[in-house]
Design a protein around this ligand. Structure first.
Ligand code: PHE
Length: 392
């Protein structure tokens, strides 16, 4: 008996060691089989549900097109999208699930900066690259070297609004921001710095929180400062009501906003076409169905064929983020997190439908912005600003 078990031990140990080494390969293991798993987290429900669904439609279109063009080196892309219900803690949870259960090699999402930042440390720790299509707060990509974006930051976007306000001849601006929203806070700060530098004056500041529905006390206070324009760097979910109540308290100056206004239900929230937001302006990513570039027209046609709707900036950026990821995986040495990260970082002059994308040393993209004007139910391109035009 003794002799026999002595002979078995070395064999057991070799098997054990082999299993251990295999187990250690863990997350950076090359995907086996004929599939590449990609994860997406979005606000498919909750306060900003239109952000998530528009973005997802753009991403899904890109993945479907990549698969019908043969996938990546013969492997099919499998996209798993999980809903974070517009909540930062859920964003963190679902991203952990995508990494640990679905074994995704890269993550696309989110729209809202606060939720992208909540999930970023999870991606960074697990060495899974994250590309946000549209989170603009400068801090997002500072969370680590696996975190990227394909859009501009609010250092630029808020400067565009400040220049636009000055170019319109506004001298006195009031600022109404969402204190729980990282995007809103950074936007308001940069706008204030830039507008002041340009000779304007920020004459009043007020705050609200996502989910509020009565803004009259703050709006009355802003009215007392006699502004020429009110900056509301928030999300469509509150902006419509803010606009209606501003008019109700007799505050009739134009409102000015950022990309967070972009939603098919923005105007409805403000009382419909011709309502409280008629004529107001907001900055947005360089995308509009009014653009004539060939790649933009082809994208709009394909989007229309699949969803019977026009894409907005969110759909366009989702499409660009997914296409850039596919292109990066093709160029990566292996389809593992660290190699995909390196390939994303090396992206230069990628032809997106929302502008050409070069990933810079800080993992951001440098692009132009549009100022849109609300007329009826349509957002018309009123002006375009390049980084150079605002001194960046
Ligand atoms: N830029 C916003 C943020 O960082 C999100 C957003 C992008 C909203 C584009 C609408 C359109 O929170």
């Amino acid at each position: 008996m003794l002799k026999r078990s002595n002979r078995i031990w070395p064999i057991v140990m070799v098997i054990g060691l082999t299993l251990y080494i295999a187990g250690c390969k863990g997350k950076t293991e090359e995907p086996s089989g004929d599939q590449i798993q990609i994860g997406e987290f979005e606000s498919l429900t909750g306060t900003t549900a239109t952000f998530g669904s528009a973005t997802h439609n753009g991403i899904q279109l890109a993945i479907d097109q990549a698969n019908s063009n043969g996938g990546i080196h013969g492997k099919k892309l499998v996209l798993t999208v999980l809903d974070d219900q517009s909540k930062p803690d859920q964003a963190q949870n679902v991203v952990s699930r995508l990494i640990n259960e679905n074994k995704v090699v890269a993550i696309l999402g989110e729209v809202a900066s606060t939720r992208s930042m909540a999930a970023a440390p999870v991606c960074q720790e697990n060495k899974v690259p994250q590309i946000t299509p549209s989170s603009t707060n400068p801090e997002v990509t500072r969370k680590g070297d696996f975190i990227f974006r394909v859009c501009f930051t609010d250092d630029f976007q808020a400067a565009v609004d400040a220049h636009f306000a000055k170019d319109q001849g506004y001298k006195r601006a009031a600022v109404f921001k969402d204190v729980k929203n990282d995007y809103s806070m950074a936007f308001a700060k940069v706008f204030t710095e830039q507008f002041t530098k340009l000779g304007g004056q920020v004459v009043a500041n007020q705050t609200y929180q996502e989910g509020d529905s009565d803004f009259k006390a703050q709006l009355n206070d802003l009215k007392g400062s006699n502004p020429d324009v009110i900056l509301v760097p928030g999300y469509y979910s509150e902006v419509g009501t803010i606009a209606r109540e501003a008019r109700e308290v007799g505050l009739n100056v134009p409102l000015l906003g950022g990309d967070g206004w972009d939603s098919p239900i923005l105007v409805k929230g403000a009382g419909g076409p011709g309502g409280a937001l008629e004529g107001s302006f907001f900055s947005d990513h360089y995308f509009s169905t009014e653009l004539t570039e060939t790649n933009v027209r082809t994208f709009i046609q394909a989007f229309h064929a699949k969803y019977n709707a026009n894409p907005d900036a969110l759909a366009a950026l989702g499409y660009d983020a997914a296409n850039l990821l596919v292109d990066s995986i093709k160029r990566a040495k292996t389809a593992t997190g660290p190699d995909i990260r390196d390939a994303i970082a090396q992206t230069r002059d990628f032809p997106g439908v929302a502008g050409t994308i070069t990933i810079d040393a800080n993992r951001n993209a440098r692009k132009a912005a549009v100022i849109l004007q609300i007329k009826g139910n349509i957002f018309h391109v009123y002006k375009t600003y390049t980084p150079e035009q605002v001194g960046q």
